[in-house]
Design a protein around this ligand. Structure first.
Ligand SMILES: CC(C)(COP(=O)(O)OP(=O)(O)OC[C@H]1O[C@@H](n2cnc3c(N)ncnc32)[C@H](O)[C@@H]1OP(=O)(O)O)[C@@H](O)C(=O)NCCC(=O)NCCS
Length: 333
C-alpha cells in the first residue's frame, strides 16, 4: 500500500433529459397547483427521460461529457462508481452496463446505494482509492431516473422528483496539495427507513400481481418526518465536519446542499448563519434528482463563476435510510 495522498476533483460533467415536466403539466394530472409546489418546495419544473431510456443512458452521457471537457480518453478511467437507487435492473450493476456502453475495457466498477447521499458517499469511497494510491483516475457518477419509481397519481411525491445525472473525476491533487478533499462525515439512522422507501421488488416483497396492484413499486414518503429530520441533520452534520476541522460556517465560500426542498436548504442556511451568496439552490429547474443534485449544483456554480480555486466548499445531504453525508474540500480548478 502506497502512502496517503491528497485527492482533487479534476472535472465535472452533467446531463439532464430534454423533456420538461412543469408544475402546470402536473396540475393537469393531480390535484395540485404551480403556486402550492413553488411555495412548499421551490420547484418549478423537472426533467423526465424518454421511454426506453434509463439510468445507465444518462450516466453514459455524463461520463462522455466529462471526458470531452477534460480531453480525456474514457479508456483512462480506472474505476467507475455509480450512485443510484434506480439502477436499470437489480443486476448486473449500472456500473457494468455503463462500462459496456462506454466501450472501456480496463476499468472495474460498482453501484453504491445511499439514496440522496449516494453522491457524497461515493465521493468518499472513490477518494479513498485515490488517496491510498490504488487508483489515479476514478469517476464518480450520480444518476437517477426517479420518474421510473414515482406514482404520478400521488401528488405528495410526484411534484418533488426529477431525472438527471452528474459526474466528477477524482485524481491525485496536481498543482496545490491543499486544494483537495479535506474530510467526510457520514451517518446512518436506519430507524428512518419507515419514512421514505420503495416497499416492493426486493427480497422481502418480490414483484407479484398483488404488489403491482397495491402500487408498492413506487416511492412512499411521510413528507413531514423527512422534512424535520433533513432540516435538523443538514445543520448538525455540517457543524460536526466544520468543528472537526477547526472551521466555522463563516469560513465556507460555498455550500452545495442536496436539493430536496428549498425550505430545507434555506432553513439549514439560516441555522448555520450563511449569507445567500454562500449556498446554491437550483432545484427550481430540476426538482430532486436524488444522487445527481450535488454535481448538478456544482456545475451551475461553476457556470455562474461562483467556484474559484482555493474556495472552501461544503457538500451536505440527507436521504432515505436515513442517510446523512457531508464532505469538505478546497476547490482545485
Ligand atoms: C413533501 C413536502 C413538500 C410536503 O410539504 P408539507 O408542507 O410538509 O405538506 P404536508 O405533507 O404537511 O401536507 C399539507 C397539505 O398539503 C397537501 N398536499 C400535499 N401535496 C400536495 C400537492 N402537491 N399539492 C397540493 N397540496 C398538497 C396535503 O394533502 C395536506 O393537505 P391536508 O392539510 O388537507 O391534509 C414536504 O414535506 C417535504 O419536502 N418533505 C421532505 C421531502 C424530501 O426531502 N424528500 C426527499 C428526501 S431526500
Amino acid at each position: 500500500m502506497k502512502s496517503i495522498r491528497p485527492v482533487q476533483i479534476s472535472g465535472v460533467g452533467c446531463y439532464v433529459p430534454e423533456r420538461v415536466l412543469t408544475n402546470h403539466d402536473l396540475s393537469k394530472i393531480v390535484d395540485t397547483s404551480d403556486e402550492w409546489i413553488l411555495q412548499r418546495t421551490g420547484i418549478s419544473e423537472r426533467r423526465i427521460v424518454d421511454k426506453g431510456k434509463a439510468t445507465s443512458d444518462m450516466a453514459e452521457q455524463v461520463v462522455r461529457r466529462l471526458c470531452t471537457s477534460l480531453r480525456m480518453d474514457p479508456n483512462e478511467i480506472e474505476l467507475l462508481i455509480v450512485a443510484t437507487v434506480t439502477p436499470d435492473m437489480f443486476f448486473p450493476s449500472t456500473a457494468c452496463l455503463l462500462q459496456h456502453k462506454l466501450g472501456i475495457r480496463h476499468t472495474w466498477g460498482f453501484d453504491l446505494s445511499a439514496a440522496c447521499c449516494g453522491f457524497v458517499y461515493s465521493l468518499s469511497v472513490g477518494a479513498a482509492f485515490v488517496a491510498a494510491g490504488l487508483h489515479s483516475k476514478v469517476v464518480v457518477v450520480g444518476s437517477d431516473t426517479m420518474s421510473s419509481i414515482i406514482d404520478y397519481e400521488d401528488r405528495a411525491t410526484c411534484v418533488i422528483f426529477g431525472d438527471g445525472a452528474g459526474a466528477v473525476l477524482l485524481e491525485p491533487a496536481k498543482r496545490n496539495p491543499e486544494n483537495c478533499l479535506i474530510d467526510f462525515h457520514h451517518e446512518v439512522d436506519g430507524s428512518g427507513g419507515v419514512h421514505l422507501n420503495m416497499p416492493a421488488g426486493g427480497s422481502l416483497l418480490p414483484s407479484s400481481c398483488e404488489t403491482v396492484k397495491n402500487k408498492l413499486h413506487y416511492v412512499k414518503q411521510e413528507g413531514q418526518a423527512v422534512f424535520k429530520f433533513a432540516t435538523r441533520k443538514m445543520e448538525e452534520a455540517s457543524r460536526i465536519i466544520l468543528q472537526k476541522n477547526q472551521l466555522t460556517p463563516q469560513d465556507i465560500r460555498l455550500m452545495l446542499p442536496h436539493q430536496a426542498n428549498a425550505r430545507i436548504i434555506r432553513g439549514t442556511a439560516e441555522r448555520l448563519g450563511l449569507r445567500d451568496d454562500q449556498f446554491v439552490i437550483n432545484l427550481h429547474k430540476y426538482g430532486n434528482t436524488t444522487a445527481a443534485t450535488i454535481p448538478l449544483a456544482m456545475q451551475d456554480a461553476l457556470d455562474e463563476g461562483r467556484l474559484k480555486q482555493g474556495d472552501l466548499v461544503l457538500l451536505a445531504s440527507v436521504g432515505a435510510g436515513f442517510t446523512v453525508g457531508t464532505a469538505l474540500l478546497r476547490w482545485a480548478l
